[in-house]
Structure formats: structure tokens, C-alpha cells
Design a protein around this ligand. Structure first.
Ligand SMILES: OC[C@H]1O[C@H](O[C@H]2O[C@H](CO)[C@@H](O)[C@H](O)[C@H]2O)[C@H](O)[C@@H](O)[C@@H]1O
Length: 604
């Protein structure tokens, strides 16, 4: 049985990640990259698709769990009638090979433990060949191999499902280390689990100590930042949108997508958040990644890439997996990679602008690329696109997309005006005015007193809440006030915001049957607008409600099912954590009074 999404903890080493249940089961682990096949895939099927359990052998309960402070080392305590044990889980950040360490520490009494490591490569489909080499197990299948080192002996039996039973007394500990290597590589040397756990703990604490946010929500902010950092692929600088594929946006539904890729939108927004929080080096790495991935013809710029900049991400359905709580299909790859989304130009131009604004040393190639993007945008901004929500229906003139086209031009003008870069500023100013006029004439409904989802429609869309944070209009402008009021009136469920209204007619716009949870990032964007309007207490109330939806470890998925009272969608999701940190900053500015408060957040 899989657990509710909020019962999972997230671990990562900035190359890949794992989900570990509050019951001690590793139900998700992709090796060696975030987007590789999972060797433990019970999350999207059942135990037969791969699971590594670690818990007391008899009756027991989980009595406490936490991340070590400002760290990504997890501690889960179990109490049985014989005593208490603590399982310390850690993915070392600087090990030569990707590994997962599980240390069992005796806290009280003598506890009999049981661990079963049922490994199935390629998303639970391939049974490995298991060899026992003393206390080391070697599991091989095709290109992958894993070594499982432990202080105790596993019984392999006839089931290819190694089981170990052992006893841990107070003050003692037993280590397990799973190491991945390519199948053709030499066997790795055993590692010093203790040293790696301490080094990893130290790495995260040092990283967290560099955060510049000093406000009242520091714990929540730091947890979100650590999560964002762990979703970054450190060898290259790409940032994945979430750790999982196919956690459903509606329990039992079909909106199940693979988020283990690098969306320019999600990744640049992550970067802006890291920059605001004091992490400038991350921006340098991301800019390099972006230049490599986007290099060449701007017309060929994609909206998303693989972790190393790959462009082909074919969407496949894994029919052998029954899906999280029966939510099928389980997908890998993402068809959205073929889409055209105009907003991406705005986000990319904004991140280059913010990098300059934060004093990151200039990079000649960056402005050259921006000039090319501007040339492309100038002749294409009037075309319909798939929009921020990656609509699978026909392309349309999405209002949010046009606002982000305005943002792109605005940041290009700032390049000339504020940073003395070379460019046709006068022409760009006229272009910015044209887009502004176009949006206000076609994307604003004076009768509803709100911006609407696409030109000519009367549907609402919460992405339009971003118009104030990018500086298109001040949050206090009556058109923004009207939009906020309409979103609160018509898109809110239990005080939380839906992306857009879900009706039968919606199917013609997004190409999918209606039904999903409320969208957590959109709810944070509402908080930002309220604070920028001066409605700080109201914004704070919603923000604190959002904080209460995080799991016990401070993690958020993409959406929330208000009926079931459960997190839904991929987990943990970058966009939700980005939005949390941004709102915390916005509230901090709001707390410091009107002089500090910005009517718009990032206007160039
Ligand atoms: O709702 C349909 C789309 O849902 C996914 O996209 C969403 O997640 C992306 C990553 O966080 C985000 O960038 C996008 O704005 C969201 O709508 C899915 O990846 C798409 O394939 C799907 O069409």
C-alpha cells in the first residue's frame, strides 16, 4: 500500500532524489539522474515494483520524524514494545557515486529490525540478477548496477528480494549503503557512512546559513530553499520542476505528468527566488546552463529541456504500473516539450535582467542571446500560443502570455537604459506600448472588471495575478484590484485558488477532462497581491493557512484536494516552494510598512 503524498519525505543529492515514507519504506528512487528509471517505484504501483523497507520487525509505530535543522538528513523514530530506534536517511552530496545511506541507531532497549530491499530496475519492470559477495549484495540489470553494503547479512532466498533481520540495542548502530554504478564499471570501494552523513549535514547547514531572509517565517523559507537547491542538478545547473512523475492532480484522474525535467519557466522562477535569497552563484550556473541549452536559433528555443539540455522528451505510458492510488496512466517524458509558450521569453529575459541587477558579472553572450530573442519576439508576439498552463487544446491569445511578452521587452529596455547595453531602445519602447495597449484592449473585460484568460473570453485565470509582480501594472491599479476581487469571488475553493475555472467548456481550452485540486502557487500569488495592495493581514491569514497545508517536514506538492484534505500532484514541487519564499519576502516588505512596500515587485 502506498501512503498519502504528505507522508513522504524527500531526499536528494542534486543529481537525483528519493521519497521515503513515514513507515520507513523507500518507495521512489531514480538512479542515477532525476529522470532515470526508478529502481524503487512502489509509489506508482505496488511493492512488487520496488521498495526498500526498514522498520521494527514486530508491532511498532512511527513516533517522530524530522529533518535535522537546516539540513536534508532525515531522521525517523520508531517505537516498538522492545524500545526505540532511529533511522537516519541521507543522500551524500559529494560522494563519488550516487548513494543512499540508511543508518539504524538504537535509542532505547533492544529492537528487532527487518529490512527488505526489493529492487526492480526501469520503473519496477526489470528483476535484477542478485549476487551475494559476503555482506555485499550486487544487483545488476542491463546498464545499471547497485551494490548494497551493510553491517548485517541479507538472505537472498528464491525471490530476488533480499531480506535482513537484525537487532539494534541502545547506543549501537547498523549501516546500509546503496551505491549505483554503471553495470560495466568496477565495483566501488565501500564508503564511510558516518563521515558522509556528517559531511552532508554540514554541507546543507552551511548552505542554509547563507540565506539572507531574516523574517518571521525563516524555518519555512529555509526548508523551501533547501528543497529548491536539491532539485538542482549540480553537475550542470539544470533545475527540475519536481522529484516525481505522475502523482495525480486529481486522485484517480488522468492529469498525471512527468515533472523531472527543466522547464525554462519553473527553473528561471527558482533562480529569481534563489537570487532574492542571497544565492548568486546559483544564477551564474543557471545562466551557463541556459546559454548552452538555448544556444543557436531563437526560433528553436524550447519551453523545456532534459536535465542536460536534451530536446526530445517523448511522452510514454508505462502500462505495467497501476498508478498512484489507481491514477493512470503513469507517464514518462512530456509532450509539452513540443509546445510554444510565449511567456517563456518574459521569464528568460527577466532572469538575465535580475542577474545584472544583483551584480552578477556580465557575460557578453547573454546580451547577444537576448537581442536574438527580442528579434524573434518582435515578429511573433501576436501569434497564439499554448500558455503557462500548457493547454493541450488549440492555441489561443492567452492574456498572461502577452503580459510576459511585455515583460521581455521591458527587461530589454532596462538593459539599455540601466546597464548601458547596446540596443534599439526607442523601437522597443514602442513595442512595449503596443503590447500594453493590446493586452488592455483585448485581455481586459470592463464589464467583469477583470483581466480574462484569453482574448475575447470571459473566463478567469489566476496566472493574471502575476501581472503586478512583473511590473505590468501596480497591484493598486483598479484593473488589478478588480482581477483580484474576481479571483477571490469565483476561483477560490476553501480560501485556496484554482488555476482557472473548470467547466465542461474548459475541456475545449485545455484538452483534458475537468477536475484537479486547487493550485498552491496561485494561492501564494493571491497573497502577494493582497500584501501589495496593503491588505497585509488578509494576505498573512491566507499565507499561514498555506503553511498549515505543508506536510510535517515542510514540503508541498503542486496542488491540494480540498475535499480529501490531501496534497495532490507532483511532490515536492519547485513552483509551490518558489511561491512560498516569494510571499514570505512580500509579507516581510508589507510588515515594514508602506514605505517598504512595493506596488509592483520586479518591475525593471
Ligand atoms: O495541466 C496540463 C499540464 O500540466 C503540466 O504542466 C504544469 O506543470 C509544469 C511544471 O511545473 C508548469 O510549468 C506548467 O505551467 C503547469 O501547467 C504538465 O507538465 C503538462 O504536460 C500538462 O499539459
Amino acid at each position: 500500500m502506498t501512503l498519502p503524498i504528505e507522508d513522504y519525505a524527500f531526499l536528494g543529492d542534486m543529481k537525483t532524489s528519493a521519497l521515503i515514507g513515514s513507515n520507513g519504506d523507500v518507495d521512489w528512487l531514480c538512479l542515477p539522474r532525476f529522470d532515470s528509471g526508478a529502481c524503487f517505484a512502489a509509489l506508482l504501483g505496488d511493492a512488487g515494483n520496488g521498495r526498500w523497507s526498514m522498520a521494527p520487525a514486530g508491532e511498532h509505530r512511527m513516533s517522530a520524524r524530522r529533518y535535522r535543522p537546516d539540513s536534508l538528513v532525515l531522521e525517523t523514530e520508531f517505537r516498538s514494545e522492545d524500545g526505540v530506534v532511529r533511522v537516519v536517511d541521507c543522500m551524500p552530496v559529494d560522494a563519488h557515486r550516487t548513494c543512499l545511506i540508511r543508518r539504524v541507531e538504537g535509542v532505547e532497549g533492544r529492537v528487532r529490525m527487518r529490512s527488505e530491499a526489493l529492487m526492480r530496475f526501469d520503473y519496477g519492470s526489470i528483476v535484477p540478477w542478485v549476487r551475494k559477495e559476503g555482506r555485499r549484495l550486487h544487483l545488476v540489470a542491463g546498464p545499471d548496477s547497485c551494490y548494497l553494503d551493510s553491517d548485517v547479512e541479507f538472505d537472498v532466498g528464491a525471490t530476488d528480494s533480499p531480506v535482513a533481520e537484525f537487532t539494534v540495542a541502545a547506543g549501537e548502530s547498523t549501516d546500509f549503503v546503496l551505491i549505483w554504478t554503471p553495470a560495466r564499471a568496477a565495483a566501488p570501494e565501500p564508503v564511510d557512512a558516518d563521515a558522509l552523513i556528517e559531511r552532508t549535514d554540514g554541507f546543507w547547514r552551511k548552505w542554509a546559513s547563507e540565506c539572507t531572509y531574516e523574517g518571521e517565517y525563516r524555518d519555512a523559507v529555509v526548508r523551501s530553499l533547501i528543497t529548491l537547491k536539491a532539485l538542482t542538478h549540480s553537475p550542470g545547473g539544470g533545475i527540475v520542476a519536481a522529484a516525481t512523475t505522475s502523482l495525480p492532480e486529481q486522485l484517480g484522474g488522468v492529469r498525471n505528468w512527468d515533472y523531472r525535467y527543466c522547464w525554462l519557466r519553473d527553473a528561471t522562477l527558482t533562480l529569481l527566488t534563489l537570487l532574492e535569497s542571497g544565492y548568486t552563484q546559483a544564477a551564474v550556473e543557471w545562466r551557463e546552463w541556459l546559454l548552452r541549452a538555448v544556444a543557436g536559433e531563437p526560433a528553436q528555443m524550447r519551453i523545456m529541456y532534459g536535465i542536460e539540455g536534451e530536446r526530445r522528451l517523448p511522452e510514454l505510458e508505462l502500462d505495467w504500473l497501476s498508478g498512484y492510488e489507481g491514477s493512470r496512466p503513469v507517464r514518462t517524458g512530456n509532450e509539452a516539450a513540443q509546445q510554444w509558450q510565449l511567456d517563456v521569453y518574459g521569464e528568460v529575459m527577466d532572469v538575465f535582467h535580475q542577474a545584472r541587477d544583483h551584480g552578477i558579472p556580465p557575460q557578453e553572450q547573454a546580451w547577444e542571446l537576448q537581442r536574438h530573442l527580442m528579434d524573434f519576439l518582435e515578429s511573433h508576439w501576436r501569434e497564439p500560443d499554448n500558455g503557462i498552463w500548457e493547454m493541450r487544446g488549440p492555441r489561443r491569445h492567452f492574456t498572461h502570455s502577452k503580459i510576459m511578452a511585455w515583460t521581455a521587452v521591458d527587461r530589454a529596455i532596462s538593459g539599455v537604459e540601466r546597464f548601458g547595453l547596446e540596443g534599439p531602445a526607442e523601437k522597443w519602447r514602442r513595442l512595449r506600448d503596443d503590447i500594453f495597449e493590446d493586452v488592455c484592449s483585448n485581455g481586459y473585460d470592463p464589464e467583469r472588471r477583470a483581466f480574462t484568460q484569453y482574448y475575447g473570453s470571459s473566463a478567469l485565470d489566476a496566472s493574471l495575478l502575476m501581472a503586478s509582480s512583473v511590473g505590468f501594472l501596480p497591484a493598486t491599479d483598479e484593473r488589478m484590484r478588480g482581477t483580484v476581487d474576481a479571483v477571490q469571488r469565483e476561483l477560490c475553493r476553501g480560501g485556496l485558488v484554482e488555476r482557472y475555472s473548470m467547466t465542461e467548456a474548459t475541456e475545449q481550452v485545455d484538452g483534458l477532462p475537468p477536475g484537479e485540486g486547487v493550485f498552491l502557487p496561485c494561492t501564494f500569488w493571491l497573497v502577494d497581491n493582497l500584501v501589495m495592495q496593503g491588505r497585509v493581514d488578509e494576505g498573512r491569514g491566507i499565507f499561514e493557512h498555506l503553511l498549515s497545508l505543508r506536510n510535517d517536514l515542510g514540503l508541498l506538492a503542486e496542488e491540494y484536494d480540498t475535499d480529501a484534505g490531501r496534497l495532490v500532484g507532483n511532490f515536492p514541487q519547485a513552483l509551490s516552494h518558489i511561491a512560498l519564499v516569494n510571499s514570505a519576502f512580500e509579507l516581510e516588505r508589507g510588515r515594514n510598512g508602506p514605505a517598504q512596500r512595493r506596488a509592483n515587485s520586479r518591475g525593471g
